[in-house]
Design a protein around this ligand. Structure first.
Ligand code: UD1
Length: 343
């Protein structure tokens, strides 16, 4: 059995990673507090994978509790650490909450792993660490810019912490994945993104507007120096993103016994899509017209970013297979299913 602990396993990216881990022959185990996720997602995951998923309601900041899970499960191959706060706006209002939670949980998960002899670690980072890149597409060696928010700073600090632990000679092999913009949902429409309150992110705002939960989408700025004046992002289907974690784990397994390492990979499609192009893709696959209006720029937004994914292609043998249309169709199906059959 190849047991893998997935912290934040009931969350958006975590739940899709559980599906892909199971499909690849791993035995995923969920560790989640359910403060920003719904425990009923676990039952839905079990329907998708057709078997029970061991689940622990544990706060990753509690090192003893995490260590308890590792010891109780025994023979754990590795940990994929998703559990973190991720709302940019909330992090500006409550920075200490973000530093305590995001840094504290990383520290205690790593301590618990080192104390239990678990050596393989995959960390969720973000393209936010690059800020506005000087050249596009952005490679893993592009400079790390001053963070725009406490949330972004926690991701940068977490990367530094992992590097310092590896540099100390600790018996740890890590992969840090810098995600571009995760979107979409599982095609079964059983799992997907569950934003708390009003969404900050584009795609949930679009799908909620389409079903009438929001009156209209505001496009944050159409006077940027881009092809159509709106910001450009690299939207990656969450299932492709989830697969990258499975490949990262396999990459780490092949390094068992090798010196400690923390290798960073961009995870995106390599393609830039503007906000207006994203809206057009949604309208095309949904067959609906979206109610939207042009608004002012959102403070802190970068103008344009998309990934150079050569490194992941060459070393992880991974590439994104799904398109923005696939992602929009799946996100819309998920939103419609939620309306018809709430959790
Ligand atoms: C945001 C975070 C990023 C984080 C990621 C996690 C900021 C500045 N960045 O990325 O650090 O890693 O979420 O998911 O918040 N848009 C609209 N109208 C809306 C919502 C969004 O026009 O109602 C636009 C934004 O201006 C942006 C694009 O859509 O150009 C994508 O926005 P969003 O989904 O919030 O992602 P990011 O800002 O790229």
């Amino acid at each position: 059995m190849k047991k893998v602990i997935v912290t934040g396993g009931a969350g958006f990216i975590g739940s899709h990673t559980i599906v892909q881990l199971h499909a690849a022959g791993y035995s995923p185990i969920v560790v989640d507090t359910f403060v920003n996720s719904d425990r009923r997602i676990i039952g839905r995951l079990e329907r998708i994978v057709g078997q029970k998923i061991p689940t622990y309601e544990v706060d990753c900041c509690d090192r003893d509790a995490v260590e308890g899970v590792l010891q109780r499960e025994a023979d754990v191959l590795g940990v994929i650490h998703f559990a973190a706060h991720k709302a940019v706006g909330a992090s500006v209002k409550n920075p200490l909450d973000y530093f305590r939670n995001n840094l504290g949980s990383l520290g205690s998960v790593l301590e618990a792993m080192l104390g239990s002899g678990v050596k393989l670690f995959v960390f969720s980072s973000s393209c936010t660490v690059y800020g506005q890149p000087d050249t596009l597409p952005v490679t893993e060696t592009s400079p790390i810019k001053a963070a725009e928010s406490p949330y972004g700073r926690t991701k940068q600090m977490c990367e530094d912490i992992i590097n310092d632990v590896v540099a100390s000679g600790a018996d740890l092999r890590a992969v840090t994945l810098r995600y571009f913009n995760p979107v979409g949902a599982h095609p079964s429409a059983l799992i997907g993104e569950l934003p708390l309150g009003t969404p900050e992110n584009l795609v949930p705002y679009i799908t909620q507007t389409a079903v009438g939960l929001r009156e209209r989408l505001t496009v944050f700025g159409n006077d940027y120096p881009t092809s159509d004046g709106t910001c450009v992002r690299d939207y990656i289907h969450v299932l492709d993103l989830a697969s990258a974690h499975v490949r990262a784990l396999a990459w780490l397994q092949a390094r068992t016994g090798a010196p400690p390492v923390n290798e960073v990979f961009n995870v995106g499609t390599g393609r830039g899509t503007s906000v207006l192009e994203a809206i057009t893709a949604f309208e095309k696959v949904s067959g609906t017209k979206l109610n939207y209006t042009m608004g002012s720029r959102r403070p802190g937004d970068v103008i344009e970013t998309y990934a150079d994914v050569t490194k992941a292609q060459e070393q992880l043998q991974w590439r994104a297979k799904l398109s923005i249309e696939d992602a929009m169709a799946d996100a819309y199906r998920w939103q419609l299913a939620l309306e018809a059959n709430p959790l």
